[in-house]
Design a protein. Structure first.
Length: 342
């Protein structure tokens, strides 16, 4: 069990600013989100994926809750009736600019039972995800799916929704993914050294109908900063990858300033990867898509080897909505992670 403690830095009560309709909370809301807080000794932060070595905590960093305003990007029904079609409204969010994208009315051969077996997921759902990414990620030539996670928001579930703002991969970790999953090692090195664009894109969807509880929040990519405004662009860490800009910097153990994103060692038994944890910044703009349906897909870009950094990565987290109705259906979802080449 982790010895990590949680520090709450705000005391205000979550404030609903709209009502719940048809069991699904909709509209803007202010809720506490969980953010990164550094290790007490300011050492390099880490997290053990499995059981840690004797005498080591599961992770050495802590957490802090901050109240955050969330915008519901799903247009209200009245707007739709006036011709502001939902699908057209949601199309303005793109991987290139926002690092997330929403697809609707996605055809599938899967059923609920597909997601009771990893073998069935790989056999039936992986090919759909591959086709979807080839069709919707600009320039994509090849897709390598490397894992998936099914989360169920109920007691005893192997994986429950993660309520901590994060990005699944750093730029360094994405390069290591290329080396891990591209079988031709010479080709892998060529790709990593600029021979081809590569991205890590996750595909998220619910499994049991419209999301009534534990929805997913995500931040507008351009509002989350890799380096503080006092830093020069050359100080941006290669391990974080993304836009540089304003933000409240802190100092690492090595004396380097940080922005909103902090690289954390993700320690497996046989290798060490990296994820990005997110520090709170009031300049960040967070949003969610209320009542996501089975036919909808949320593309979450975690890393992009090219581009100006604006849409390279999108922080995300599950959250508790105080408008959740009693007896709400526990959220079940799958997130598939893929390396996209080209």
């Amino acid at each position: 069990m982790s010895t990590t403690t949680t520090t709450t830095t705000t005391t205000t009560t979550p404030t609903p600013t709209s009502t719940t309709t048809n069991r699904i909370p909709r509209g803007p809301i202010t809720v506490p989100l969980i953010f990164y807080h550094p290790p007490p000794d300011n050492s390099t932060p880490y997290n053990y994926v499995e059981t840690p070595p004797k005498g080591h905590p599961q992770r050495n960093f802590t957490e802090a809750a901050h109240d955050v305003h969330l915008t519901d990007i799903r247009p209200p029904p009245k707007a739709n009736q006036k011709g502001n079609k939902e699908e057209e409204e949601l199309k303005k969010y793109t991987l290139q600019t926002h690092a997330f994208q929403i697809l609707q009315h996605t055809p599938t051969k899967t059923t609920y039972n597909t997601f009771t077996s990893d073998a069935l997921v790989q056999e039936t759902y992986y090919p759909e995800v591959e086709s979807l990414l080839l069709a919707h990620v600009p320039g994509a030539q090849r897709v390598i799916i490397f894992d998936h996670t099914i989360r169920r928001d109920r007691d005893g579930a192997a994986r429950r929704p993660v309520q901590r703002a994060h990005v699944d991969q750093t730029a360094r970790a994405a390069a290591e993914r290329v080396r891990l999953h591209v079988e031709d090692k010479e080709e892998a090195e060529r790709i990593v050294n600029g021979g081809m664009r590569y991205r890590i894109v996750n595909v998220w969807r619910p499994l049991n109908g419209a999301v009534e509880s534990a929805p997913l929040a995500f931040a507008e990519a351009g509002s989350v900063f890799d380096t503080p405004s006092s830093s020069s662009s050359s100080s941006s860490s290669s391990s974080s990858g993304g836009s540089s800009g304003g933000g409240d910097g802190s100092t690492t153990a090595e004396g380097k300033e940080e922005g909103d994103l902090v690289a954390v060692e993700h320690r497996y038994p046989h290798r060490t990867g990296e994820t990005l944890q997110v520090k709170f910044n009031p300049k960040q703009r967070w949003m969610y898509l209320s009542g996501m349906e089975n036919h909808e897909r949320l593309l979450l870009q975690c890393s992009d080897s090219e581009g100006d950094g604006v849409g390279r990565r999108v922080p995300h987290t599950a959250f508790w909505d105080p408008r959740t109705v009693e007896g709400a259906k526990p959220r079940e979802s799958i997130e598939v992670r893929a390396l996209v080449l080209g």
